[in-house]
Design a protein around this ligand. Sequence first.
Ligand SMILES: Cc1ncc(COP(=O)(O)O)c(C=O)c1O
Length: 431
Amino acid sequence: MTRTLDVSRDLYTTAQRHLAGGVSSDARRMAGVPLYVDRAAGARLWDVDGNTYLDYVLGQGPALLGHCPPAVVEAITAQVSRGIVYSAQHAAEARVAERLCAMVPSAERVRFNTVGSEAVHAAWRLARGFTGQPKILKFEGHYHGWLDPVLYSVHPPLEAAGPADRPAAVPGTAGQPEAADLVVCPWNDIDALSRLMDEHAGQIAAVVTEPVLCNTGAIEPDPGYLQAVRELCDRHGSLLIFDEIITGFRLAPGGAQEYLGVSPDLSVFGKAMAGGMQVSALAGRAFVMDAISSGKVAHAGTFNSQPIGIAAAEATLRILDEQREEVYGTLYARGRELMRGLTEAAAKAGVPMLVDGPGPVFQTYFTEAPAVRNYRDFAATDRAMMGRLHAALLDQGVNMVPRGLWFLSTAHTEADIADTVEAFSAALNSL
Ligand SMILES: Cc1ncc(COP(=O)(O)O)c(C=O)c1O
């Protein structure tokens, strides 16, 4: 099947005259014509040329309940006529903070921001302000947003990445200053972490990790790994920060910290917490968050707890909390069914492919390796072929994240999963 993209192509050509590169985020660049969405509902997108897609991008994760879940649309609609922006306190922000603290194991206090990158920024500043230590330790392959202090060693070119057990801090873009007070460590390697923390003893304010790595494959921590990270942080007086921007509310009502049974000091949430609206949160232990409560560490933002986003978050979290069995039962069942279907389809086509991840989010890799455990393993998979599969899948009416990541929603039905597996087989055969 080949799509007609005449209207999309015309829009793209016109857009490039005034919109740099024709897109508003580099993550939306594509070989050929990028997706021009006309509307979205449930598990589907319709483009301006009338093509339909089963959507596994879901706005890069936020649409956990599918696109336009009725309860969220209703909450947004009801709020619009009562005010779009207050930049003042309102009752719903406290209710959402209370609900979030009840759902997330380590959350005792919350502050809201707008996007994930901002909440990460707040967490890193708070860690430094609270501990008085200058350095942050991050892991190679982990993404914490696009701001200057954090955009290091996400997917560095291997020739610049340094030794696997002691990676270099590689900037993600031109225009970024030299890394300052940043230590980069391989993930899923407790000996490397222990060594680096000893070398920087008394200087590391926080260790920050995606608790399940979702920006470089979908990689779960080795059994006991995050527990050992927690112990090292305690021994060194460093905070442990979980970046739950993807895993939060997706893997469990209490995020990856509930799913894995490891408690951070601080965590950040975004994406799935507001049904598609832009709300993020920094949450953590009261004794750490007190540095914000007291005004010692600054935290601000014109749009923080903007009432429409908070209304959407309130409606979303109520569903995730009160209907948890149904929501998470569906997400895991559909995810694992799709993982099984894709694995079988690849085996049938004779293509070496690994399908791995928790289920509500998972990754397809073209590799003969039995497992992918960190960035260097990921870099050894055939990423160019994954790019070709992405294009072939779009032609078959399936939209996955181009690097091979799949997000599930509660709106995906068993029939959608079966249709996706069929489309996937056709796409593989077309390569
Ligand atoms: C783990 C993680 N942290 C932070 C961010 C940044 O969030 P945002 O794009 O909302 O700024 C992302 C975005 O994809 C993410 O996946």
